[in-house]
Design a protein around this ligand. Structure first.
Ligand code: NAD
Length: 426
């Protein structure tokens, strides 16, 4: 759950993110008349591992950290999902993130199930040495679950290609040989895929273009606000600017910056790299994250954490189109308000699927030991995103439902079919 330093909080509204996902799954299963046994399986995570493990800190003391690895469902293939390092990681947040991965991989029709991992820690206050020791011990603790044919982690909030490299090395050392396919989001020098770092932001840009076309919005004249200037938000801002959009505001955990004439995302990144925040960037006005979400704009890209758009601020959102770069940025109550106000939401399980799609390409390339050039990766990503977008749009139009409901219908239909075909063993 996001800790808000100011203003109202969505805590009362969505005290438990996994219950929110379960409620959405319930509504779709009832609407689609899904078999009761399949519905019951989708409401639960298949495997849940909680680990409490020691790490020697730089001052010589031992600190015990708590982490999770959760597989929601692996009917359609190996479980897949990122690893989050953040002080607010919880069991239920990890469950929710794992369930969204099952839905996402089904929406874009790649042969994976869903998983997620996390460690309760604050990577911003840890040294590289502490992070490496934490990562290697956590990887060892969860090694009973992960593997290239079983469960393949990737980066999420607070983790990066270096963390993926340590996990790949730890797993490989324990096996006695190099295992590229155990993790994705690796550095290029270690079997990473070209285009993976930009993939989630690129998928957001492609979703925004396709949605704008359906809405009759000229993307080249669109104004854009991005919450969260990390892997997803920064790349989305950069690629949308390349498409001609005007990026008028961006933010990170320390606050936001606003310039109605437009910001240069590359230059904002330079400032963030030098000062650790976007705040203080030249020729910009400082805004809070709460104010940023309510700015006048055409496209809003929430790309930070869950539950940022909730009951209290949903009536004040002025964007015409929301592209969910983050997982779960909109609560169910907010969704209804946005729908009633005619605001189009391209849901997380579609909009931010670019990351897992190129992770799938990375896994395929690693298994074959045959690597593609960036143009080929981006071309295949565009193809998968376009197919998924059109399938979701077609259900949305045919069934007269919003894009999230349509995406869940597409995903749950596919997962239910796979579960039925496999049957129950023994
Ligand atoms: P990241 O750690 O690279 O960046 C997160 C950014 O959000 C940082 O700039 C941070 O300062 C900012 N932030 C944190 N709390 C904030 C707040 N309350 N308000 C505003 N900004 C805040 O993480 P990321 O990989 O970019 O992930 C962002 C979101 O996208 C998460 O929801 C994640 O699950 C989702 N996602 C990531 C990927 C991926 O490939 N990395 C794929 C799909 C979905």
């Amino acid at each position: 759950m996001v800790q808000r330093s100011q203003g109202e909080s969505a805590v009362c509204e969505a005290a438990n993110p996994f219950e929110g996902v379960q409620r959405r799954i319930d509504a779709i299963c009832e609407r689609m008349n899904i078999d009761q046994g399949i519905h019951a399986r989708l409401r639960k995570c298949e495997r849940e591992l909680m680990v409490n493990f020691p790490v020697r800190m730089d001052d010589g003391k031992v600190k015990v950290f708590t982490g999770f690895r959760i597989q929601h469902n692996d009917t359609r293939g190996p479980a897949k999902g990122g690893i989050r390092y953040h002080p607010d990681v919880t069991l239920d947040e990890t469950r929710a993130l794992a369930a969204w991965m099952t839905l996402k991989t089904a929406v874009v029709s790649i042969p994976y199930g869903g998983a997620k991992g996390g460690v309760i820690c604050d990577p911003k206050v840890m040294s590289q040495g502490e992070l490496e020791r934490l990562t290697r011990r956590y990887a060892s603790e969860i090694s009973i679950l992960i593997g290239p044919e079983k469960d393949i982690p990737a980066p999420d909030v607070g983790t990066n290609p270096q963390v993926m490299a340590w996990i790949m090395d730890t797993y490989s050392m324990n096996k006695g040989y190099s295992v590229l396919g155990v993790i994705t989001g690796k550095p290029l020098e270690l079997g990473g895929s070209k285009g993976r770092f930009e993939a989630t932001g690129r998928g957001c840009m492609l979703s925004a273009k396709m949605a704008a076309k359906h809405l009759g919005m000229n993307i080249k004249e669109a104004t854009v606000v991005v919450q969260g200037f990390g892997n997803v938000g920064m790349v989305a801002a950069k690629l949308l600017a390349k498409e001609g959009c005007r990026i008028i505001a961006v933010s990170d955990s320390r606050g936001g910056i606003y310039n109605p004439k437009g910001l240069d995302p590359e230059d904002v990144l330079r400032h963030k790299t030098e000062t650790c925040s976007v705040v203080g960037y030249q020729d910009s006005e400082t805004v809070t994250n709460a104010e940023l979400l309510e700015l006048q704009c055409d496209i809003l890209v929430p790309a930070a954490l869950e539950d940022e758009i909730y009951k209290a601020n949903a009536p004040n959102i002025k964007a015409k189109l929301i592209i969910e770069g983050a997982n779960g940025p909109t609560t169910a109550e907010a969704d209804e308000i946005l729908g009633d106000r005619g605001i189009t939401v391209i849901p997380d399980v579609l909009a931010n699927a670019g990351g897992v799609i190129v992770s799938y390409f990375e896994w395929v390339q690693g298994i074959q030991s045959f690597f593609w050039d960036e143009a080929e990766v981006n071309d295949k990503l565009q193809h998968v995103m376009a197919n998924a977008f059109e399938e979701v749009m077609s259900i949305s139009q045919h069934e007269k439902v919003d894009m999230r409901t349509a995406a869940y219908m597409l995903a749950i239909g596919r997962i239910a079919k796979a579960i039925t075909l496999r049957g129950i063993y023994p």
